[in-house]
Ligand binder design. Structure first.
Ligand SMILES: N[C@@H](CCC(=O)N[C@@H](CS)C(=O)NCC(=O)O)C(=O)O
Length: 214
């Protein structure tokens, strides 16, 4: 049995839980992070010196952290093509989009946009900085939108780990109060993701506990 430490409202936990569920893997989850605590205990720090979530332990293996590395491990260990192709060239194609999702879209969304809109008190928000971060993000999103114009999923016509890495960010992208225009193919893709039971359960999670208030 795989054990996962991390609160359900952490996007980095969600990406792992969604991956586990898509692969049909059972797991036990322990709440950890922000007001749930745990992450600063000596026991947790011995598993994950970053004091962040998620951390997983699979059976007798050592603890693992970093959500993208965890999902690559899960894919290598438990998945096959097309979710995680065996051929190195096909694998790199999936992996480049997984990496793109985390580094290009994710880094330009989570802190400069989501954090500033949801996790910053209204009185402390900087509307101009948010607006310019959204313009930058939507420019990056155009790259995925163009790809999705001719493909059902990010890497082609099959659902892969790259879709987990990108798609988990879209629930928050589409449910916060920001400008979203000219991304018709991502909108279609997001509609499609919402039909997946594992997406609904692990990604479409209320994040009110993160709100900073006024
Ligand atoms: N690069 C790490 C980032 C981990 C991370 O920063 N997690 C956040 C939650 S999304 C965290 O632990 N924040 C502190 C907390 O929840 O207590 C990963 O992808 O796993």
């Amino acid at each position: 049995m795989i054990k996962v430490w991390g609160r359900k409202t952490s996007s980095n936990v969600q990406v792992v839980l969604w991956c586990l569920a898509e692969l049909g893997l059972e797991f036990d989850r322990v709440d950890a992070g922000i007001h749930y605590g745990v992450v600063n205990t000596p026991e947790y720090l011995a598993m994950n010196p970053n004091a962040t979530v998620p951390t997983i332990i699979d059976g007798d293996n050592p603890p693992m952290w970093e959500s993208a590395a965890i999902n690559r491990y899960l894919a290598r260990q438990y998945a096959s093509a097309p979710f995680w192709p065996a051929d190195p060239v096909e694998q790199a194609h999936v992996d480049q989009w997984a990496e793109w999702a985390k580094l290009n879209f994710g880094l330009n969304f989570s802190v400069p946009v989501f954090w500033k809109v949801v996790r910053t008190a209204k009185s402390k928000q900087d509307p101009e900085a948010i607006a310019s971060a959204v313009v930058k993000l939507n420019g990056i999103a155009q790259i995925a939108d163009r790809q999705l114009a001719s493909h059902q999923y990010l890497t082609g016509n099959n659902f892969t780990v790259a879709d987990v890495m990108f798609g988990h960010l879209l629930y928050r992208y589409y449910t916060i109060d920001i400008e979203r225009t000219g991304l018709p193919n991502i909108a279609r893709y997001y509609e499609d993701l919402q039909t997946r039971p594992a997406y609904r359960e692990h990604v479409m999670v209320n994040y009110d506990e993160l709100r900073a208030g006024d």
